[in-house]
Design a binder for this molecule. Structure first.
Ligand SMILES: [Zn+2]
Length: 489
């Protein structure tokens, strides 16, 4: 009765509307949080709202997806487990370190599966200028503190002052906006459209609709952010008790919440239960052990001071090749924890001309018809404590001679700040603008991967960067093969 809850799913519009007090800070132009500008919420006309609802419905229809409370995804996601398969199943993956970026800044979002490209599977088409947090920095910090303390037992790092470098695989929670911006009905405080069982995909973006509550309700908002991030890891709703203290309960209030430490029965009050087969591995059926799953996915927390090891296998350093040659770069990357990310940097005659985050953990890159020049290929890896390791080779193509190898000082720099504006001379994209600094200072890294400055990517070659995840979601099955491969070291 004293259940002053905001509901994730649609249930009680009266309760929700009580909490929709406007935040005065949202009205000030040019607001900044942690030194970076914050995107303001757009004013949507009735017609625009109706269009977004129609778009969202069309997206569900097109993909055959379901909305089950605040979890959106394909029917298989909510399927009942096969009891026989469950008995035989064991958790087979090593824990991986992870980073969650709480994005208080907002920014332009597009459909897709890659948080580092500001993509979300909740979006259907076009670009959505998504708003940032409408509260104060102190309120954001209160949310961050709660969020951090709940994740402290696990191998998960938190980022909030700026986006992590794009090559680091990170999950993102958008801390702003209202459900209507995505075309969803009011009455939910968050949504996850990329719930993948067992956290096999590491670049999810989810939403905590902070403007649907009051920015002062920092516990509510922190719980929501934890809850939505956890849905993206595959965790489901638990605990039928009305006055639950668990983060994965389908309803939220201002009281502090914790992860359940034992097998707790599901709560399907708001819809189907996602990833039951995975939960069954830990509880044997009908329940979820949230803590055990988080430990299995991320491992026990602890310091990590060991940098990743990178070794470029081909080409060999100092190799001389004729102009117009094709080349394949292959690297081996290892680290003391799973979860490491890396990128390829290409320098031509001393200028950084391309930078390719390995979004699907590709270890091979192919290029055809290299023009004459001195090329330096750097593969740089980064872990979740931002330890950096790199290897590099220099290759002389055409008339280039070995004596020109000059600037070898910039590998293994700090925190993946990337190059500062590659000079364009050879690029076919004006000034190779794609080679921007990857930390960028503001939310969301720029997409550095699609620009092909100067060098033609050899699409006909199987060794080219592996295909990136498309706009649709096959996280449950399609990518598992890829991950299984990269796990063999
Ligand atoms: Zn939920």
């Amino acid at each position: 009765m004293n259940y002053n809850a905001v509901l994730w799913p649609v249930a009680s519009l009266t309760l929700v509307s009580l909490l929709c007090s406007p935040a005065s800070a949202a009205d000030e132009p040019g607001r900044r949080l942690f030194g970076a500008p914050v995107v303001e919420a757009p004013e949507l006309s009735e017609q625009e709202q109706a269009e977004r609802r129609a778009d969202f419905e069309a997206m569900l229809e097109e993909r055959g997806w379901q909305v089950q409370g605040d979890v959106v995804g394909p029917a298989e996601l909510f399927a009942a487990p096969d009891p026989q398969a469950t008995q035989a199943a064991e958790w087979q993956y090593e824990p991986h370190r992870a980073t969650i970026f709480l994005n208080f800044f907002g920014g332009p979002m597009t459909p897709g599966t890659n948080s580092a490209k500001m993509q979300s599977t909740c979006l259907k088409g076009g670009t959505l200028e998504y708003p940032g947090f409408n509260g104060t920095e102190a309120q954001a910090l209160a949310i961050i503190e709660t969020f951090q303390s709940q994740l402290a037992p696990y191998g998960v790092r938190l980022a909030y002052e700026q986006a992590p470098p794009p090559e680091l695989p990170y999950a993102m929670v958008m801390m702003g906006g209202t459900p209507g911006l995505l075309g969803m009905q009011n009455g939910v405080l968050g949504v996850s459209c990329s719930s993948d069982c067992g956290d096999r995909w590491w670049r999810d973006a989810t939403f905590a609709f902070t403007a649907a509550a009051s920015a002062s309700q920092t516990n509510t908002l922190a719980t929501t952010a934890l809850h939505e991030a956890a849905h993206a890891f595959g965790l489901a709703h638990i605990d039928k008790s009305f006055n639950s203290g668990y983060i994965m309960h389908p309803y939220v209030d201002q009281k502090p919440r914790v992860w359940a430490q034992d097998c707790i029965g599901y709560n399907d009050a708001t819809g189907g239960i996602n990833c039951q087969s995975t939960h069954d591995i830990f509880c044997g059926g009908g329940a979820q052990n949230t803590h055990a799953e988080l430990l299995a996915y991320f491992g026990v927390n602890g310091p990590d001071t060991e940098a990743p090891t990178v070794s470029i296998l081909t080409p060999t350093d100092g190799q001389e090749l004729p102009a117009g040659t094709d080349i394949s770069i292959e690297a081996d990357i290892t680290d003391n924890f799973e979860g490491v990310g890396w990128k390829l940097l290409i320098y031509q005659d001393g200028n950084l001309i391309d930078e390719r985050p390995a979004f699907v953990f590709e270890r091979k890159w192919g290029f055809s018809k290299l023009p004459a020049g001195t090329y330096r290929f750097v593969v740089q890896a980064i872990d979740h404590d931002r330890n950096i390791g790199a290897d590099e080779v220099t290759v002389f193509v055409g008339n280039a001679t070995p004596e020109t190898g000059s600037d070898t000082d910039s590998t293994g720099g700090t925190d993946g700040t990337g190059g500062t504006g590659g000079t364009g001379g050879t690029g076919d994209t004006a000034g190779t603008g794609g080679v921007t600094g990857v930390t960028g200072g503001t939310a969301g890294a720029t997409d550095t991967a699609t620009d092909t400055a100067g060098i033609d990517e050899d699409d006909g070659c199987g060794c080219t960067s592996a295909p990136r995840p498309a706009d649709s979601l096959w996280l449950l099955t399609g990518l598992l093969g890829l991950f299984a491969r990269r796990r063999r070291r």
